[in-house]
Design a protein around this ligand. Sequence first.
Ligand SMILES: *[C@@H]1O[C@H](CO)[C@@H](O)[C@H](O)[C@H]1NC(C)=O
Ligand SMILES: *[C@@H]1O[C@H](CO)[C@@H](O)[C@H](O)[C@H]1NC(C)=O
Ligand SMILES: *[C@@H]1O[C@H](CO)[C@@H](O)[C@H](O)[C@H]1NC(C)=O
Length: 321
Amino acid sequence: MAAKNTTFSLLFGLILLGVSHLNQINALSSNYYDQTCPQAESTITSVVKKAMLNDRRVPAALLRMHFHDCFIRGCDGSVLLNSTANNKAEKDGPPNISLHAFYVIDHAKKAVEALCPKTVSCADILALAARDAVTLSGGPTWDVPKGRKDGRVSKATETRQLPGPTFNISQLQQSFAQRGLSIDDLVALSGGHTLGFSHCSSFQNRIHNFAAKQSVDPTLQSSFAASLKSVCPAQNTPKNAGANLDSTPTTFDNRYYKLLLQGKSIFSSDQSLVTMANSRTLVSKFASSKQEFEKAFVKSMIKMSSINGGQEVRLDCRVVN
Ligand SMILES: *[C@@H]1O[C@H](CO)[C@@H](O)[C@H](O)[C@H]1NC(C)=O
Ligand SMILES: *[C@@H]1O[C@H](CO)[C@@H](O)[C@H](O)[C@H]1NC(C)=O
Ligand SMILES: *[C@@H]1O[C@H](CO)[C@@H](O)[C@H](O)[C@H]1NC(C)=O
């Protein structure tokens, strides 16, 4: 009995040691800056609010930037780093066409540094700005766990690890699973496509030369496909041409899922969510209840934005210390 107890407590002790060691790497908590920078959150919110008033595309950009950040090396602000003479950074990698509004994070960082120098990481600022982007677009709000650290590495080649717009359900599932994210997370986070716009290049696979005998993806509703084709002709597509990801691109709502069920999604990866029974069930659930979508989205955002990353608090979000 005694021996059993010893073994038990030894094991338990080792587990505790393991967990506390992990927690020391990046202990995220909702009140992380309560003592050191209590005004951080409200300061970031005002910067995001102001930027949105000048440019309605800002919320979508911030949400996407946070997503890209977390999927490569964890949520460590690696997406924010500039390229250097010897290194091409993530932001100069191929999928960067959807990335912009880096200046909003710069403004927020500057404002926060003025209040509490060397305290708030760029990765946390981005996570908070992404939450604000959702809330200020009519979506839910939530407490963002904080305490992320900024990383020192950003490589353009690693953007290949991002799930792509032409991915099918198994490729998406695998990409999410590699980051500890489930099918539920995949379907809920895809709802981020309620905000924003896509250039033609990300969905041309569905409207031009789809297959040998069909030029258009047959899962696309036909008049919708025709309208996509007219804004993105095969030849001489205007450089900035594209389509909104749903019909209310500046409002965070569940319209994306409703359109998806009608064959009016933009990406192959969106459409793929209805090709498997369990993901399709979730799409239907979110299409019929904005509340269910919001609840699931918040849960998955917290999970995704807790993927561990870096080790320092950068002074300038575009360069390592
Ligand atoms: C980062 O790059 C942008 C343009 O790509 C430039 O305007 C800015 O000055 C650079 N910042 C730093 C700190 O190198
Ligand atoms: C995307 O990458 C290209 C090529 O490196 C670069 O010229 C461009 O400035 C980048 N775009 C953004 C928004 O960073
Ligand atoms: C998804 O694409 C991969 C790679 O092209 C392929 O091997 C796989 O069978 C596809 N899965 C589905 C469900 O279509």
